[in-house]
Every structure is written in C-alpha cells, then in structure tokens.
Unconditional design. Structure first.
Length: 54
C-alpha cells in the first residue's frame, strides 16, 4: 500500500513543483501535497478496515 501511495504522491508532487511551485512557492504546494497524501492514506485505511471487518 505504501509504495503505491508514495508513487502517486510523487506523480502529483513533481508537476506542481515544476509549474505552480516556482510561482506560488513551495510551502503552498507542500500543503496541497500533504493534504492529498492524507486523503489517499485515509481512503486506503478505510478500505482496509472494510476488508478486515465482516
């Protein structure tokens, strides 16, 4: 689960750094990426809970 989420975060992160990161600054893009990572991790966590619980 973690490698795929990490790769997805990289996929989202680097285009932001290339385009928006230079204009808006890195703290804003970091906040966006951290929020996206949290959303994806919480989604995968809830999916795991659904699979483990009957």
């Amino acid at each position: 689960m973690a490698p795929s989420a990490y790769g997805f975060a990289n996929f989202l992160y680097w285009p932001f750094v290339g385009t928006l990161g230079l204009t808006l600054g890195r703290p804003l893009t970091n906040r966006i990426v951290i929020r996206a990572i949290r959303v994806s991790l919480s989604a995968t966590h809830s999916e795991l809970l659904k699979k483990t619980r009957p």
